[in-house]
Design a protein around this ligand. Structure first.
Ligand code: PMP
Length: 377
């Protein structure tokens, strides 16, 4: 039998095998309708059912109440970085928002927002810091919530809950009352750990995620928004990106990315069948523990992140000797371990172990890590 491939890509990334199998079976004829999902009218009864079910299943998975709109949009999280200030920054008269910067993605969100209003940095980890006697490099640590300086007149506070490149995850949500900003809604870019753990949507104003890491294929961005925040779009906001229109038309103001929504819907059903977000979270905790324990077991490999903020999804690591990088990647490829090269800004390696990566894939990587160290250590 051919040896199985394991894909550690940061995104687009591995999808559950069962989902791809079902999509293959339904490719030519969806449920006896005589059409592929790709060929359906987005206003016909078949796609209406697919889209409504995807929304309902996501509401069940994340326990999203009716006072939040669920929207399937386009343009990825990068477009959402612009769409969200266009919709939200004018909530207050000063047209201002606060951003926490913990890495490359939150910094991009911040820069994009500066085009639409006054944007302030509430906290950032752009410099090195000593914590418990250890020196952490920029973007490898997280300012504690009590250091976040939020203006009470801000239209929202933005942060990225999982920095995909840096491998930094903020698992908890700040208590906005304790920050003296109880009325400021939290806006979270959760792209790369969306649906990997429970998230209390009621403590947020908005959560958004490009689907192509944990929720489906590229092409759909999931946006969950409290309806109280609707209705403040800047006059030049394109109508297809005005949340009022998208929420009212339940993601069908114009033609949505129908096939990507269909696959995301299958992923939601796969997660529900597994037992929901608490169940997948315990798998993810276990997978991350297995991989980090191996990396920590000697100084041959190194993950640079402040331990309490190590991402369960994206695990960057370097080899003691950079000169071995090419041999490491070549050997990995031979073992069918794909896409382990780190992001160019960080170097080294990165293993993304999203929901769809089973423990067997992580164990295959751990075996390879051990073997490579034995040969070269
Ligand atoms: N935010 C985060 C946390 C990401 O990981 C990414 C993509 N890697 C983006 C935003 C940008 O997403 P997209 O490429 O879909 O625009």
């Amino acid at each position: 039998m051919n040896k199985q491939y394991w894909n550690f890509s940061a995104g687009p990334s591995k999808l559950p095998r069962e989902v791809l199998q079902q999509a293959a079976e339904e490719m030519l004829d969806w449920h006896g309708s005589g059409q592929s999902v790709m060929e359906m009218s987005h206003r016909g009864p078949e796609f209406t059912q697919i889209c409504d079910e995807a929304e309902a299943d996501l509401r069940t998975l994340m326990d999203i109440p009716e006072d939040y709109a669920v929207m399937f949009m386009q343009g990825g999280a990068t477009a959402e970085n612009a769409i969200l200030p266009m919709n939200l920054i004018a909530r207050n008269v000063s047209h201002s928002a606060d951003y926490v910067l913990t890495g490359i993605w939150s910094t991009k969100s911040y820069k994009e927002a500066t085009r639409y209003g006054t944007v302030r940095i509430a906290a950032q980890s752009h410099q090195a810091r000593e914590i418990n006697g250890h020196e952490y490099a920029p973007w490898t640590w997280v300012p504690t919530f009590d250091e976040w300086k939020v203006n009470s007149d801000s239209s929202y506070l933005h942060f990225c809950s999982n920095e995909t490149i840096g491998g930094v995850e903020i698992g908890a949500l700040p208590n906005m009352d304790a920050l003296g900003a109880g009325s400021v809604p939290l806006v979270v870019d959760a792209s790369s750990h969306f649906l990997s753990r429970p998230l209390d949507i009621r403590k947020t104003g908005m959560v958004y995620a490009g689907a192509q890491k944990n929720a489906g294929p590229a092409g759909v961005t999931v946006v969950v928004l409290h309806r109280d925040l609707l209705g403040h779009a800047l006059p030049y906001c394109p109508s297809a990106f005005d949340y009022v229109n998208v929420a009212r038309e339940r993601s069908r103001f114009n033609t949505p990315p129908t096939y990507a929504i269909y696959i995301a819907g299958l992923v939601f059903k796969w997660l529900l069948a597994k037992g929901g977000l608490a169940a997948i979270e315990s798998e993810n905790i276990n997978k991350a523990k297995v991989l980090y324990s191996q990396l920590d077991s000697s100084d041959f490999y190194r993950n640079p992140i402040q331990p309490e903020y190590r991402s369960r999804m994206n695990v960057p690591f370097t080899l003691r000797d950079d000169g071995l990088n090419a041999a490491f990647l070549e050997g990995a490829q031979k073992e069918h371990l794909l896409n382990l090269k780190g992001h160019k800004s960080v170097g080294g390696m990165r293993a993304s172990i999203y929901n769809a990566m089973p423990i067997e894939g992580v164990l295959a990587l751990v075996d390879y890590l051990k073997e490579f160290e034995r040969k070269h250590g």
